[in-house]
Write a protein that binds this ligand. Structure first.
Ligand SMILES: [Mg+2]
Length: 245
């Protein structure tokens, strides 16, 4: 029995990360978001310091990881951008304008390849699938997977914003297991982020597969004593060889 089929035989549910696991959510998407935010900011407040906007957003993206894994609050993040760039207290309308820009650019930036879509379809024939994503707005991720036509493939969708904490915190993992009515030993987690996905899942007793199909915007390097993933893949399609064939 190969390692892959052993993992398959003990597995009933596959739990996926979203950004950089199913869809690319890397430097290109962040650049697109920043360009659009810049355009909206300049329309409303005048000339904008592009480098400073990037610096604020870079800081916000990793903030949960130095804040006890507490998830960000999107309206607060938008208010912070206006406050720091223009040294003024933003109105609710202005905050809402940036929130809407974030919503729009998130959805516009999503692209699913045919190979990934058919891989998920195929896995869905044999396993229960779930999605567990770090993002400050839960409904946006749900809207995103529906827009891509894959929403129906997931029995359970949990987003960090739903529980208030980001992976690798235990709570998002506990929530997805609870909603799946599964024990960790019968689940495999697939994700790109070494800390959030691999360490988070392994600490919870799940198996973990590290994928490097896409280039993430933020990287977390392995530390001494970290768990190793059970498998490493470079394309989601490799899961078919492990779990279906
Ligand atoms: Mg990811």
């Amino acid at each position: 029995m190969t390692e892959g089929s052993q993992l398959a035989s003990q597995t009933t549910a596959l739990i996926f990360d979203f950004g950089n696991t199913i869809v690319e959510f890397g430097p290109k998407q962040f650049q697109f978001q920043n360009d659009e935010l810049l355009r909206v900011l300049e329309q409303n407040f005048g000339s904008c310091d592009r480098a400073k906007l990037k610096e604020i957003r870079d800081r916000q993206i990793v903030r949960p990881f130095s804040n006890g894994y507490r998830e960000n609050h999107l309206p607060e993040m938008c208010a912070e951008i206006i406050r720091e760039l223009y040294e003024l207290t933003p109105s609710e309308e202005h905050v809402e304008l940036l929130v809407q820009t974030r919503y729009r650019t998130y959805l516009d930036g999503l692209f699913l390849t045919d190979e990934v879509a058919s891989t998920l379809e195929e896995l869905h024939q044999h396993y229960r699938l779930a999605l567990l994503s770090n993002y400050p707005v839960g409904d946006l991720v749900r809207q995103g997977i529906d827009q891509l036509g894959i929403g129906h493939l997931f029995d359970v969708v949990v987003v960090s914003a739903d529980v208030g904490y980001v992976k690798p915190h235990a709570l998002p993992f506990e929530r997805v297991l609870e909603e799946l009515h599964e024990v960790p030993e019968r689940t495999v987690y697939i994700g790109d982020n070494w800390l959030a996905d691999v360490q988070g899942a392994k600490r919870k007793g799940m198996s973990a597969i590290h994928t490097s199909q896409f280039m993430p915007y933020e990287r977390f390097k392995p530390k001494p004593g970290d768990y190793e993933p059970d498998e490493r893949i470079q394309h989601l399609q490799e899961l078919l060889r492990m779990f279906v064939s």
